[in-house]
Design a protein around this ligand. Structure first.
Ligand code: FES
Length: 159
């Protein structure tokens, strides 16, 4: 990641200044700001919080919520939990994979999408379901999922 604007983190450090055990909260807020946690940002967090870099690394690798690789602007979390699986998440996965043309965890060439499989999203009554950033889409079919992505892409192109 080139030219990381570290100043975005100023309010985060201010908010948590002097707070014990704020590392996870700081990292969560950093990820929300930058989309992922590049190594330079982790070093910066270590420096500013005074937590040893190895410990910061230990935390981000321990918790699955932290992303150490860049993701597209729209992060698709495709549910592979039991209910979604039974109701056809494999078909959705195939449709999304065909539409995006990239493997799980990779970014599309236009930088818009990354798709990851996740465990139960907690909305099984809507299965099969996916989440794009923080929005849930349920009762999917392959065609419906593709249509949602097409609409997002068209909206981005129109800007
Ligand atoms: S199994 Fe998919 S939301 Fe629960």
């Amino acid at each position: 990641m080139e030219n990381i604007d570290f100043t975005l983190m100023d309010p985060v450090f201010e908010k948590h200044e002097g707070e014990e055990g704020a590392l996870i909260a700081v990292l969560q807020e950093a990820q929300a700001l930058y989309g992922w946690l590049p190594p330079e940002l982790l070093s910066y967090v270590a420096e500013k919080t005074g937590v040893p870099p190895a410990k910061v690394m230990g935390v981000v690798t321990f918790y699955a919520q932290f992303r150490l690789k860049p993701v597209g602007k729209y992060l698709i979390s495709l549910c592979q939990g039991t209910a979604c699986h039974v109701n056809g998440s494999v078909e959705i996965e195939k449709a999304i994979g065909d539409y995006l043309g990239v493997k799980e965890g990779e970014i599309t060439a236009d930088g818009l999408f990354t798709c990851n499989s996740v465990a139960c999203l907690g909305c099984c009554s809507l299965s099969p379901a996916m989440m794009i950033n923080s929005k849930v889409y349920g009762n999917l079919t392959g065609a419906k999922a593709t249509e949602i992505l097409e609409k997002i892409r068209a909206g981005e192109g129109a800007k």
